[in-house]
Ligand binder design. Structure first.
Ligand code: DX5
Ligand code: ZN
Length: 223
């Protein structure tokens, strides 16, 4: 049997207790999280408004883990530098918001951080084919972006598998991350399809368990 792939867990603070954000981030880091995923929403690309660069800066001293900033915002190029200065390590923009994705990805890299591109559930994998060789990360949305706690969209499994095949065939190193509806039941299935970084919000911060128990349950689902 093939060896189990290495999988990273990226708790999304969207479902954390915002009044205790620093402590919750530190708790997730101590419990073995690999990245801290921060969902930035502007009330335009998606209906809610969440957090900006100030909150990224406030979290920064609480963990040495990479801060994985997911920009669900229009015209992200205007904001990238603010998030890098705030301490982001990975900046992911949506392909749907970037008519000139090459330029946006280059500007992220020029600022010395990792560049990711995300696709909504209705956006085909082919939309990122041309930019794939330049990416550090590709993020497949497995729910429609905007809210935590939504159910996983099953039809995204094929897209995950297609992107895994494309990355492998072309020998590309971009990490394949999935985001939305990931829990202990879904996790082994997205990994089997080819995902290697799992974002989880409600399953980590809103499960009724401690953060450590929730992360352990996710890890154990992959054994
Ligand atoms: C959704 C966000 C996700 C969200 C995932 O728009 O991008 O990162 O926090 O939350 P869960 O894991 O609860 O679906
Ligand atoms: Zn996200």
């Amino acid at each position: 049997m093939a060896a189990k792939p290495e999988v990273k867990l990226a708790p999304s603070i969207l479902s954390a207790d915002f009044a205790r954000l620093g402590e919750q981030v530190a708790e997730a880091a101590n419990a073995g999280a690999d990245y801290i995923h921060i969902d930035v929403m502007d009330g335009r690309f998606v209906p809610p408004i969440t957090v900006g660069a100030q909150v990224v800066a406030a979290i920064r001293p609480w963990t040495g883990l990479p801060l994985d900033v997911h920009l669900m915002i229009e015209t992200p190029q205007q904001q990238i530098e603010h998030f890098v200065r705030a301490g982001a390590n990975i900046i992911t923009v949506h392909i749907e918001t970037c008519p000139d994705i090459e330029q946006v990805v280059q500007s992220i890299k020029d600022l010395g951080v990792k560049a990711g591109v995300s696709l909504n559930p209705d956006t085909p994998a082919s939309a990122v084919s041309a930019i794939l060789p330049s990416l550090d990360l590709v993020l497949v949305m497995t729910v429609n972006p905007g809210y935590g706690g939504q159910p996983f969209i099953e039809s995204t499994l094929d897209k995950i598998a297609d992107l895994r095949a494309e990355l492998d065939e072309k020998g590309l190193a971009a990490e394949l991350e999935v985001d939305g509806g990931i829990n202990a039941e879904v996790a082994p299935r997205v990994v089997k399809a080819g995902a290697r970084v799992l974002v989880a919000g409600a399953a980590v911060f809103g499960s009724g368990q401690t953060i450590a128990q929730a992360l352990r349950e996710l890890r154990e689902s992959l054994l």
